[in-house]
Design a protein around this ligand. Structure first.
Ligand SMILES: [Zn+2]
Length: 361
């Protein structure tokens, strides 16, 4: 079998492919995978950086009720350079540096029509239903491209969509007001890192929880006013009530699920809003319903972001008001190692994958 480098063979590329669902061992490095061809209205982007997310792990393992077409390439958070454009594409142009909004809707269902893309009946997502960025090239509709300002790095840009987009919508849906007490759980995670900074930008007082003092020190650097080590203080809800003069939190940013849910309900004060975007720690949580009605609490689900929300939060990042945090950068062939570190929560911030071969032009 002959081997052609992606840089010289225009029809193939290197890609990390999932042929079947399973553990990190199913990630297969293919050196001659068919390179996508942009259709009308689409662009082909040479991937410079792709950030990993829990979604990549869930997609690899297979999610109940979510059909992933196989073989598949994961990786939703992509920044790169426009390599080719399909018919009818006016913007962006070949050579433009872009960040990709990885999700889009059908544009025609009742939810898309009402501007609620996250509720679309036929949602599309790079790295989930559409081949993603753990490959040298990725294609998507041209409208998904967001121009990168001069000097803004591909690595920082790749950190933005999934975590900052998600956190922005969560805090907006939770109607965070200046001086609110916002508790952000699991401060090593990408959404939490974004949520701490966004809540501060909105004028809130932030309490962050994490499993190690090192992560808590990072959370303080990002703007957390108080931090709680939940391993040392497993009854962190009591600590929150203590820090707030028994008032409780106004908003809790939940990304964990089963292992924190009961405490989250208890830590939430009167009129409090608990907003959740995921359940990496398990999907079934226990709700003491008495808290809900006595304290008039509200449970809010949040699913992704709209394009306008991502534009807004990306703009704040481009201005330097929000800061992506990168834990490590790995080549494509070591992406599995990055996913394992993410699963074990051994990271603070994003794992960035560079799909280009180190010696490629
Ligand atoms: Zn739709």
């Amino acid at each position: 079998m002959s081997y052609s480098a992606g840089a010289t063979d225009v029809s193939s590329m290197r890609a990390l492919v999932i042929h079947r669902h399973g553990g990190s061992d199913v990630l297969t490095l293919e050196r001659e995978w068919p390179r996508p061809v942009p259709g009308p209205g689409e662009i082909l982007v040479k991937v410079k950086a792709c950030a990993l997310n829990f979604l990549d792990i869930f997609t690899r393992e297979g999610m109940p009720g979510e059909v992933t077409p196989l073989p598949q390439i994961t990786g939703g958070d992509v920044a790169g350079v426009v390599h080719a454009v399909g018919d009818g594409v006016v913007r962006p142009a070949v050579g433009d540096r872009v960040l990709l909004d990885p999700s889009w809707g059908c544009g025609t269902c009742e939810y898309c029509s009402a501007g609620h893309r996250p509720r679309c009946l036929r949602p599309r997502m790079l790295g989930e239903r559409d081949p993603g960025g753990l490959a040298e090239y990725v294609k998507c509709p041209a409208a998904q491209a967001i121009a990168l300002p001069h000097g803004y790095s591909f690595d920082d840009a790749a950190c933005l969509p999934v975590t900052f987009g998600t956190a922005w919508r969560m805090l907006r849906r939770a109607s965070v007001e200046p001086d609110d007490v916002v508790v952000v759980l699991g401060a090593g995670g990408g959404v939490a890192i974004a949520a701490i900074q966004i809540a501060r930008l909105m004028g809130a007082r932030v309490i962050a929880t994490a499993s190690t003092d090192e992560k808590l020190a990072h959370a303080c650097e990002l703007g957390a006013d108080h931090v709680i080590n939940y391993v040392v203080q497993p009854e962190w809800d009591t600590v929150v009530r203590g820090l707030t003069g028994k008032r409780g939190a106004d908003v809790i940013v939940e990304t964990v699920g089963a292992s924190t849910w009961a405490e989250s309900i208890r830590a939430l004060g009167k009129g409090g809003r608990l907003v959740t975007c995921g359940a990496t720690g398990g999907p079934i949580g226990q709700t003491d319903i008495r808290y809900l009605f006595r304290r008039e609490q509200t449970l809010i689900g949040s699913n992704g972001w709209t394009h306008n929300e991502l534009l807004r939060v990306a703009s704040l990042a481009f201005q330097g008001k929000l800061r992506p945090v990168i834990d490590r950068v790995l080549p494509l062939e070591r992406a599995a190692e990055g996913e394992i570190a993410l699963e074990r929560r051994e990271v603070f911030g994003k794992v960035i994958i560079h799909p280009e071969e180190p010696d490629a032009a």
